[in-house]
Ligand binder design. Sequence first.
Ligand SMILES: *Cc1c(COP(=O)(O)O)cnc(C)c1O
Ligand code: SF4
Length: 345
Amino acid sequence: MTNSSKDKTIRTTETLIEQGLCDPTQKEKLNQIAEQFSIAITPEISTTIHHPGIAKQFIPAVEEAHIAPNELTDPIGDEPHQKIKGVIHRYTDRCLLLPVSVCPVYCRFCFRREKIGSKQPALSPEELQNAYAYIQNHPEIWEVILTGGDPLILKPKSLDEILKNLTAIPHVDVIRIHTRVPVVDPSRINASLLKVLKIKKPVYIVLHANHPEEFTEAAKKACASLIDHGIPMLSQTVLLKDINDNVDTLSQLMRCFVRNRIKPYYLHHPDLAKGTQHFRIPIRKGQALMKALKKKTSGLCHPQYVLDIPGGYGKIPLQHCYIQEKNADLYSIEDLDGQLHRYEE
Ligand SMILES: *Cc1c(COP(=O)(O)O)cnc(C)c1O
Ligand code: SF4
């Protein structure tokens, strides 16, 4: 690694080639890919970029040019539930608010990759006002989830304004932030951001991380400062081929979360985003991994394995079913060794 990667975020194939991270003979193809799907690798991620579990997440690959027939522009069906620009309201008691469409890093498997990127504009002040009005006019909204894009990329002052506006809505009890910042750009978790996050309503942070190598010393510190500040943290992970699709890496990752006081929440089956086939594994393999994880690790280390049904039908659990109904009062229940037991009611 050259020193320059320490100074700033890598954003071009030229830099990747200079640093020996991309094959120069693929330059043209990769440039075409980068036109459509932005590249960003922060200095913090650069420190571990040579690890295969990190490299594949962030370095563009020629495979992205291959669009599989089942892949979709809007893989999880956000559009049918976009009520107004920047607000996705699919479940009754909670909605997403997407104030920004940029991220500190761009994950090559991103499910919203057609909507986010370095050239995408944030919501305008007027659009934000309209979003608050929508939430205000829907008293059933109990929780607002800030996502995007990565909301923690916002300047503390802009985030402060959003949080103040949401806090002012009486029926919004909980604010959740989905982010990758604490691990990929931990220096952003500074005193001014922490101050802004201290509001009268509970703020939960859901950290997206996929590999134990993402937990650098600075990343651990950033998570600790959020939690010490009174913010509970949960995790979300995407199950990714050749990155975390084996029980050792997955259990190490889950233990890493728990050791850092972050409760594993979701393990997402990868979505059908365009050009991401090389990241997907069969659901049955994911189920087997969850079974192995359950057998191997503490209950604190178990996320829920979920699939976002294409078309906008929501997230559903994909776990292996341990119980079978035989007749009205009789069940057959499988233990963790695969043995069946009768259970009579
Ligand atoms: C994932 C998602 C949520 C959050 O779902 P939880 O199960 O509460 O974590 C909310 N709205 C939309 C549109 C989502 O995609
Ligand atoms: S941080 Fe989230 S929104 Fe941003 S590129 Fe990665 S998966 Fe997509």
